[in-house]
Structure formats: structure tokens, C-alpha cells
Design a protein around this ligand. Structure first.
Ligand code: ZN
Length: 297
């Protein structure tokens, strides 16, 4: 009797073991099936709504561009523009480029705070219509999300330059902070265009000896301006046109904005500005050309 009980108990335990093993093997199969169904339904749902190419996880880690494409596109920040009246110490002012050779009938259009997904392309289209080249001082954190726009602007013969990564007041940063802002932006521009920038414009025009020295050591020449229509204040299209035409002369560097807020007035003013200056016989050149010609004395 005792032996029979032991055998019965052993049989019961064996059956329980077999049941448990079978159940455990079934669980993952069910879970996988559920996951597949869920992924499929999401894919079907998302596909028609989005025309954007979504990189696969493999691509997302394969290159910096792919990683940037995989990250959400930030909204371009609203900026208060750049202010030529920023206090610049006299000693610094003497050695910074504000304008080109005043004996040559040439000028440079410059656009800050882009790239912007709408205004930058509108500006580019107008420039191409009039056969004019300009210089674009780009904010680094916008360059990677809009890399194709930056590349398009560059391919059209315009110059892409460094306007720092975050558009901070550089005079308030540590040297390491300045280097980070400039280098990261220069790297992003190089990645987008294949050309390393050689020009830098300090946000708000805030510059001191340290900012100048740090940027120069990184191969970036600081570039200011001497014609400022304050287009970022939205004074009206006519005011922007009038201010530029009234203040432009030989060697002028004209500051306008293609990003950082509503730039529709700038875009509307641009054809009249170009036409008005062309009528006066000015030659439109990029800032590197203006720099090279100013060295001719
Ligand atoms: Zn700016």
C-alpha cells in the first residue's frame, strides 16, 4: 500500500511538471504574436498620414545625419534679432570687419538666424531670380534638422557661415562654452554642405576681445555689418526697403534675417532692395569676396 502511494504521488508530480513545461513554452509564442499584431496595426495606421521617411533603427545609429534625422525637428526659436548698437569696446571695434572696401562699388547681403523651413527658401528663390549671391549666418541647432535647405543654399553659390549653436550672448560664456558653440555649429555646417565655414557672426553683435580671439583661433573670422534696417522688429516692408537703400554705400554689409520669427516683411522687401541697388550699379558679392577685396586696400 505504501509503495503504491509513492508511485501514485510520483506520477502526479510528473504530470504537473509536464503541464508546467508546456504552459511555459506557450507563453512567449503568444506574447510575440500579440506584439506583431500590435506593430502591424500601428504601421498601417501611421503610413498614410506621414510622407516623411522614417529611418530604421539600424540607420538611426549609422551616421550623425541619420541620427539627426531621427530626432524631432525643433521649432526655430523666436529671437529678438541682432543689434548693431551693442556696446563694443573701442579697442575691439578697430579690428573687426564691419564693411568692405569703400572704394569699390560692391556690397554684401547677409541673412541671420536661419535656416528656416519657409523663409530661407523664399529668400533663396528671390536671390536666384535676380542672379545674386548672399551670405547666410546659420544657427547650429537648426542646421541639422534643415540640412537639405542649407545644402541647397550652399549649392546655389551662397556662403554658409557660423552664428553659434544656441544664439547666446557669447560674451557671457566661458572659453570652453564659446568653443563648443562655434565648433558644434561649424561641424553641422560642414556635414550639411561639405564646406567648413570660415566666418562667424556673434549673436546680437555682442563681441569682446575674448570672443574675437577664440573664434579667430578656430579659423572663424568675426563679421559685423554697417547697414541694419531692423527688419526683425517688423517695421513694414517699405521701411525696410527705404532704410537699406538710404544707408547702403560702397563696401556695405547689409544685415537682414531669414529666421528667428516672422520674416515675411524681409522676404517682401528683398526684391525691391535688390532691384534698387542694382539700379545704382552695385555689384552683389559674398562676404569672403568683400573681405578679399578689402585686403586689396
Ligand atoms: Zn542672430
Amino acid at each position: 500500500m505504501r509503495k503504491a502511494c509513492v508511485v501514485l504521488l510520483s506520477l502526479l508530480l510528473l504530470c504537473w511538471g509536464v503541464f508546467l513545461t508546456a504552459f511555459a513554452n506557450r507563453l512567449p509564442a503568444q506574447a510575440t504574436q500579440t506584439t506583431v499584431v500590435r506593430v502591424k496595426s500601428v504601421a498601417v495606421k501611421i503610413k498614410p498620414a506621414s510622407t516623411k521617411v522614417v529611418p530604421t533603427p539600424t540607420h538611426a545609429t549609422s551616421s550623425p545625419v541619420a541620427r539627426a534625422l531621427a530626432t524631432p525637428i525643433p521649432t526655430p526659436p523666436a529671437l529678438s534679432g541682432d543689434n548693431v548698437n551693442a556696446t563694443i569696446p573701442a579697442g575691439v571695434r578697430e579690428n573687426i570687419f564691419f564693411n568692405g572696401n569703400t572704394s569699390l562699388h560692391e556690397i554684401a547681403l547677409t541673412f541671420d538666424d536661419g535656416p528656416h523651413p519657409i523663409y530661407t527658401l523664399q529668400v533663396l528663390h528671390i536671390l536666384q531670380e535676380y542672379g545674386v549671391k548672399a551670405t547666410f549666418f546659420c544657427i547650429g541647432r537648426q542646421v541639422l534638422p534643415y540640412a537639405s535647405i542649407v545644402a541647397q543654399v550652399s549649392r546655389a553659390g551662397n556662403v554658409i557661415a557660423d552664428h553659434t549653436w544656441d544664439h547666446f550672448d557669447m560674451t557671457r560664456l566661458s572659453i570652453a562654452g564659446m568653443q563648443w558653440e562655434l565648433n558644434r555649429t561649424a561641424n553641422a555646417i560642414t556635414l550639411a554642405t561639405g564646406v567648413r565655414p570660415v566666418l562667424f557672426r556673434p549673436p546680437y553683435g555682442y563681441i569682446n576681445t575674448t570672443v574675437k580671439d577664440v573664434s579667430t583661433r578656430l579659423g572663424l573670422t568675426p563679421i559685423m555689418w554697417n547697414v541694419d534696417p531692423s527688419d526683425w522688429r517688423l517695421p513694414g516692408t517699405d521701411a525696410i526697403v527705404q532704410r537699406v537703400l538710404a544707408n547702403t554705400g560702397n563696401g556695405s554689409v547689409i544685415l537682414m534675417h531669414d529666421g528667428g520669427g516672422n520674416r515675411s516683411q524681409t522676404v517682401q522687401a528683398l526684391p525691391q532692395i535688390i532691384a534698387g541697388l542694382q539700379q545704382r550699379g552695385f555689384r552683389f558679392v559674398t562676404v569672403p569676396q568683400l573681405l578679399a577685396d578689402s585686403a586689396r586696400g
